[in-house]
Ligand binder design. Sequence first.
Ligand code: ACO
Length: 402
Amino acid sequence: DVIDIRSLGKHGIFTYDPGFMSTAACDSGITFIDGEEGLLYYRGYPIETLAENCDFLEVSHLLLHGELPNATQSEEFGRAIRKNSMLHDQMSNVFRGFRRDAHPMAVMIAVVGAMAAFYPDNNDVTNPESRKRAAMRLLAKVPTIAAWSYKYNMGQPFMYPKNDLGYAENFMHMMFATPCEEYVPNPILARAFERILILHADHEQNASTSTVRLVGSSGANPFACIAAGIASLWGPSHGGANEATLNMLEEMGDISRIGEFINRAKDKTDSFRLMGFGHRIYRNMDPRASIMRKTCHEVLNELGLQDDPMFKLAMELEKIALEDEYFVSRKLYPNVDFYSGIVMRAMGIPNSMFTAIFALARTAGWISQWCEMNADPEQKIGRPRQLYVGETRREFVPLHQR
Ligand code: ACO
């Protein structure tokens, strides 16, 4: 049942809903989730169909414009993305201001935020054309920013985008090629990477998307909004879970220690949680996790890594948790981040880049939601209320008498 609070008049009702467990802050026509049934649709298409048949740019077009592109639109969309994939040359100095060991997410927040200074012509949020250009610029440049944050970490020269490659392949090229050595992407890995991007492209009003909307509701420029989304995504309860899952598996190290970690996760006096398990909305298997699980097997077979100890450990942990009464009764299933980290690790991507890749994929959803919000003439500034629990009125005591 949905109660539209507006219908109750200005002072009709006051709801207290920490964590927004039951509060819709907007309406949206982009993504539909049924957590009980484990369904996820982008603009009416099941995620399984899109992951099987589309590339990431088709899905981005769908999220942004509401329809899958036809052949001409697909060509035009791809061309516009390729045309914008370079960064303003001065932006390389923003990277150079960081320590070499800076976390890629810290670098991404700064560089994406800095785009507002490099592309100020996109800061007019009231103009639909300007919003569209901002969306294209972000979709085109965020992969370059993510890959360069890795190159900077590695102490390697930045690689420029190669416009004859597809979106996923181009990102892999910018990550793994060097001026001395070409990177020839394995098609199975490129397809798996494309799938990771599609599965992470949007997920309705999660913490980072709500952040983008809240920041955007004040009229802030698109780059500031997406930088805020990246910041929100970084936390281990959200996008940071893929990195945290692999760090946890590395700490666990061996199948013999699974019981110890499960017991810690069940212990209510310990704040530790089993990373990569549970979801606020899905009380069934996350449909993205089912696809990523299959992809995980495909990639590991392709790379001959079926016996990789980390993969075996992950599969054993999954099996034990799925049979454990604590996890079963709370409907805690492995989520998409449990498997995506394993796939990316097998591809040679370091743990610290996992959340940056999530951010690059989610940029498509964030900017689509931002455009949807700004196109709504009834859009209001987001302004949650609070339940005040502090002191009541007190008498002031001058400093010398305190
Ligand atoms: N390990 C152990 N127990 C857990 C876990 C977990 N991973 N997740 C939830 N629980 C328990 C809680 O302790 C709580 O138990 P209780 O009823 O006995 O108190 C119960 O399950 C319900 O949990 P909530 O915290 O109420 O669930 P919420 O919806 O607030 O949290 C979240 C969802 C944040 C994803 C949580 O499951 C979690 O922390 N998981 C681990 C981090 C993770 O993998 N995050 C990725 C999410 S997916 C994404 O962002 C793409």
